[in-house]
Design a protein around this ligand. Structure first.
Ligand SMILES: Cc1cc2nc3c(=O)[nH]c(=O)nc-3n(C[C@H](O)[C@H](O)[C@H](O)COP(=O)(O)O)c2cc1C
Length: 397
């Protein structure tokens, strides 16, 4: 993909990764982009690089605008290798006067690439760098989502290079929010938030406060993945505010696995009960749905209803996988309950209940266990179980 001028003298020089399908446990069925940006001013400055196998494409893009050796500064907003993987080659090629990064960024770059000799210049919130007609204001965003993370704001252009914040894993030929379907874009941004930033929600709240305190205005928010927000940057800021406050709606998820469909028939009956109470619900069979798709739905759900048959005195491995993943992402303010079929010892429901308690989910009841295939009467109990959860969902509003 050719470079693209996003504002006068400011270029997207990133690359599109159409083929990536998995990102540290996160499914990326539609690929991603690694965005890097070049600001041509008295001091020519490159903001971030790309994943190492794409370094030639990055350099080609830069060459279409300037001779890479004319670049004066490199800013590393985030050290994770999808953005810094090309830093060693780029530093070798451009020989920058300075490499700007946070204090933690300098440490992490050395821990990754073992080059203490690079011309590091450590910067933090409140520090400004003049590029000539423009200024870069650095904004440290520690643990959003790594200790080294920072963002760079150019007040003259009201432009924020937001690193991994406000990103989406979505490979497109379009570069801006107004060129794609708005709902689809927001869904990608929500999935990204739920799978990468959810656990840092209190820090997102702090960032929103800092942005307000500093009076930063945005014409454009340019993340390191996906599309650039220019039509209405306020929309993604408002979404981050809601997601980080973990605002939920009257929605319940029934997440389950099943070997011989008894747990599945319980799931369907429970969903009938939820429907009778007017609750939006979604069913996810974990054999068919990736954990990261489930997390995207967890974001605004109020109830988590987890089902597993007992397998070898435990729960299904897909459920254990989801619980490990979800626990790390720390969803808050949920209510929940467990269910499942069993044959003789029936431990799964208790294990699911315990896992939810560990995640601080407000567990509504001890759960519903049924021996082998449920009878009609059993299914009526499942419907009532769903209704009880539905009423709790409404009461929590
Ligand atoms: C390989 C295997 C291991 C099982 N282990 C247990 C067990 O340890 N304890 C138990 O109560 N039931 C056990 N069961 C029985 C299932 O829990 C029971 O068949 C249940 O109805 C399956 O629910 P499903 O139709 O939703 O898969 C096991 C079944 C299979 C196939």
């Amino acid at each position: 993909m050719h470079p693209f001028e996003i504002k006068k003298g400011i270029y997207w020089v990133g690359v599109i990764d159409w083929n990536i399908r998995s990102f540290h446990g996160y499914s990326t069925p539609k690929g991603t982009t690694y965005n890097a940006y070049l600001v041509v001013d008295d001091k020519i400055t490159l903001f971030d690089t790309v994943k190492q196998p794409f370094k030639n494409q990055l350099v080609q893009n830069i060459r279409r605008i300037v001779d890479p050796r004319k670049i004066d500064y490199l800013v590393v907003n985030h050290v994770e290798m999808d953005h810094s993987g090309s830093v060693p080659d780029v530093v070798e090629l451009i020989r920058p006067e300075k490499v700007f990064c946070s204090d933690m960024g300098r440490k992490a770059l050395i821990e990754h690439y073992h080059r203490e000799d690079w011309p590091f210049e450590v910067v933090g919130t409140g520090q400004n760098l003049s590029l000539g007609s423009r200024t870069v204001q650095f904004l440290e965003t520690r643990m959003l989502h790594w200790p080294d993370s920072m963002m760079s704001y150019i007040p003259e252009d009201r432009l924020l290079f937001s690193s991994d914040g406000f990103g989406q894993h979505w490979a497109t030929s379009e570069r801006f929010d107004d060129q794609v379907n708005a709902e689809e874009l927001l869904a990608h941004a929500a999935k990204y938030y739920a799978n990468i930033l959810l656990l840092f929600s209190p820090l997102v709240q702090k960032l929103i406060e800092t942005v307000k305190k500093l009076g930063l205005q945005f014409d454009m928010i340019a993340p390191d993945h996906g599309l650039i927000w220019r039509a209405d940057p306020g929309r993604i800021l408002a979404a981050y505010d809601a997601w980080s406050r973990q605002v939920s709606r009257q929605k319940a998820l029934i997440i389950y696995d099943t070997m011989w469909k008894s747990t599945e028939s319980m799931a369907l009956a429970i969903s009938q009960g939820l429907g009778m109470e007017g609750i939006d619900f979604r069913l996810f069979n974990l054999e068919l749905t990736h954990r990261s798709e489930v997390m995207a739905e967890v974001l605004d759900a109020r109830a988590l209803i987890l089902g597993s048959p007992t397998l070898n005195n435990g729960m299904m491995p897909t459920m254990a996988d989801l619980l490990t993943y979800m626990k790390g992402l720390r969803p808050q303010g949920k209510i929940g309950a467990a269910f499942g079929s069993y044959g003789w010892s029936g431990e799964a429901v208790k294990l699911l209940t315990g896992a939810m308690e560990e995640m601080k989910v407000e567990v509504l009841n001890p759960g519903l266990r049924m021996k082998f295939a449920p009878t009609e009467e059993d299914l009526s109990r499942c419907i009532e179980f769903g209704r009880e959860i539905g009423r709790a969902v409404k009461a929590k509003a």
